[in-house]
Design a protein around this ligand. Structure first.
Ligand SMILES: [Zn+2]
Ligand SMILES: [Zn+2]
Length: 240
């Protein structure tokens, strides 16, 4: 059946649309251009680090100066070039087909932080934004990751009870203030899953303000083991 479908709809490269031999992937040229996160990375934000140490606990200077509230952080891609275009497509152009292969890339970088009792959750949209966008890209990624990793995904764990403005144009300090108390944890989630390790998924980490707000909301409910993973993270000069 799969072959039959493949015959009618041959697999296409996610970026350029060329026919590719494997399902849900990239052609060779687009693969080579995709800014995958490689080498030694910071254990907190997944930022690239200079050096060749294999110490997986290493933290970058920026995270030492301003520690993140979560435990470990992972990113599959750098938010630039073709990764940025792909994520814009997933977010704004109904390219929901991107979620599953992207979750595969995500799994590659967070295999070591997903255990059999891990609960995967995702950063929610406010219902008003959800209405206009029709789907939540973070939720699609989290669902696909749960299918690939066989960890449980609980889509309703977090709620956004404040409709926050878009953060794009704001400074790191402003972002932090805007999203500070915007996210709350569902009470049923606390009683059912409060003793399990949590992995929060989002599509992009810029300053990490939203993920920090979600982590703090979980911590405030005594849920202490919280890791985060994003499809792509912004690159800052302070990273290096
Ligand atoms: Zn391509
Ligand atoms: Zn760091």
């Amino acid at each position: 059946m799969k072959t039959l479908i493949r015959g009618i709809y041959p697999a296409r490269c996610l970026v350029c649309g060329d026919i590719v031999s494997s399902d849900f992937g990239l052609c060779g040229a687009c693969w080579a251009e995709m800014p995958f996160q490689e080498g030694l990375t910071c254990n907190s934000r997944g930022a690239p680090l200079i050096g060749s140490s294999f110490d997986s606990e290493e933290i970058c200077d920026a995270c030492l100066r301003h520690p993140k509230p979560w435990g470990r952080g992972r990113a599959a891609l750098l938010y630039q070039g073709s990764a940025r275009r792909l994520i814009m497509g997933l977010k704004h152009s109904d390219r929901t087909d991107i979620a599953r292969p992207a979750a595969g890339w995500l799994l590659n970088v967070c295999q070591d932080i997903i255990h059999k009792d891990t609960i995967i959750i995702s950063i929610p949209l406010h219902w008003r934004r959800h209405l206009t966008r029709k789907y939540n890209q973070a939720s699609l990624l989290a669902y696909a990751l749960s299918q690939l990793s066989e960890a449980d995904y609980i889509p309703w764990a977090l709620k956004r009870h404040v409709h926050t403005p878009k953060l794009d144009k704001h400074s790191p300090q402003e972002r932090e203030a805007i999203v500070k108390d915007a996210i709350e944890v569902d009470h049923k989630f606390i009683t059912r899953y409060g003793n399990r390790p949590i992995l929060i998924i989002d599509d992009v980490m810029t300053t990490g303000a939203t993920l920090a707000s979600a982590t703090r909301a979980l911590n405030a409910q005594n849920i202490k083991t919280v890791d985060v993973a994003v499809l792509a993270r912004a690159v800052f000069e302070t990273d290096f």
